[in-house]
Design a protein around this ligand. Structure first.
Ligand SMILES: *[C@@H]1O[C@H](CO)[C@@H](O)[C@H](O)[C@H]1NC(C)=O
Ligand SMILES: *[C@@H]1O[C@H](CO)[C@@H](O)[C@H](O)[C@H]1NC(C)=O
Ligand SMILES: *[C@@H]1O[C@H](CO)[C@@H](O)[C@H](O)[C@H]1NC(C)=O
Length: 192
């Protein structure tokens, strides 16, 4: 059995990208092609770094987190404070913002998407919608021991960590991509 955990986006923090895919394939060398089964598990609202970033401790090859990652509290104020990424994630409810507009702010630090994608707007965007609690939520990932099933899967199987989200937005456009390779231009859950 091979398990590959595919990273969904360069997004560093929890709110950034909706879907994380896990593919599980049973492999047999007895006749025919080697891949017998592929299981795709699609999860919502959790980035790679949130769920698996700290797994870098188990395998340094994983493009995860070290705790040195941070966001400014205000992207337009260089003197503003910093919030560093921690390992205190717990059940997150309500979810951080993950509309197209909110993710644009997270990735670009503002509504202006013409500049470099500095991934510096997660704290600012979280604070704007949920105050300290939401900031805490987006700047934390799970300690591997808190997600023991993932910890053991990561310890025993392959982890693919360079996979990108199809649409930096909510559920349905990404589901459409999973099933049909396009969202038909949709960037939100609302039928146009
Ligand atoms: C993901 O976010 C959507 C929209 O906020 C919400 O309806 C859904 O329950 C969330 N899913 C999970 C697994 O948190
Ligand atoms: C962020 O910093 C800018 C520039 O100093 C300031 O104009 C703005 O009010 C600050 N935003 C918040 C939410 O404090
Ligand atoms: C933060 O979370 C705690 C625990 O759930 C809750 O009691 C508190 O009201 C929340 N604060 C805000 C500002 O939402």
């Amino acid at each position: 059995m091979i398990m590959a955990v595919l990273r969904c986006g360069r997004a560093r923090f929890v709110a950034s990208v909706l879907l994380m895919l896990m593919m599980v394939a049973s492999v047999s060398h007895a006749g025919g092609g080697p891949i017998k089964t592929v299981v795709v598990v699609v999860m919502e609202n959790r980035s790679f770094d949130h769920m698996l970033g700290w797994m870098k401790r188990l395998n340094p090859e994983i493009d995860g987190v070290t705790g040195g990652e941070w966001n400014p509290t205000n992207t337009s104020d260089p003197g503003a404070g910093r919030v560093y990424f921690g390992e205190g994630a717990e059940y997150v409810d309500p979810d951080p913002g993950h509309s197209y507009q909110e993710i644009r702010q997270q990735i670009f630090g503002s509504d202006d998407a013409t500049g470099p994608a500095k991934m510096d707007g997660f704290v600012q965007q979280a604070t704007s919608i949920g105050g300290g609690n939401m900031t805490q939520a987006v700047m934390n990932g799970f300690n591997p021991d808190s997600v023991a099933v993932y910890r053991d899967l990561v310890s025993n199987f392959a982890v693919c960590d360079r996979w990108f989200a199809s649409v930096p937005s909510s559920t349905q456009p990404n589901r459409l991509f999973v099933h049909s390779g396009t969202s038909g231009g949709a960037t939100s859950n609302n039928p146009e």
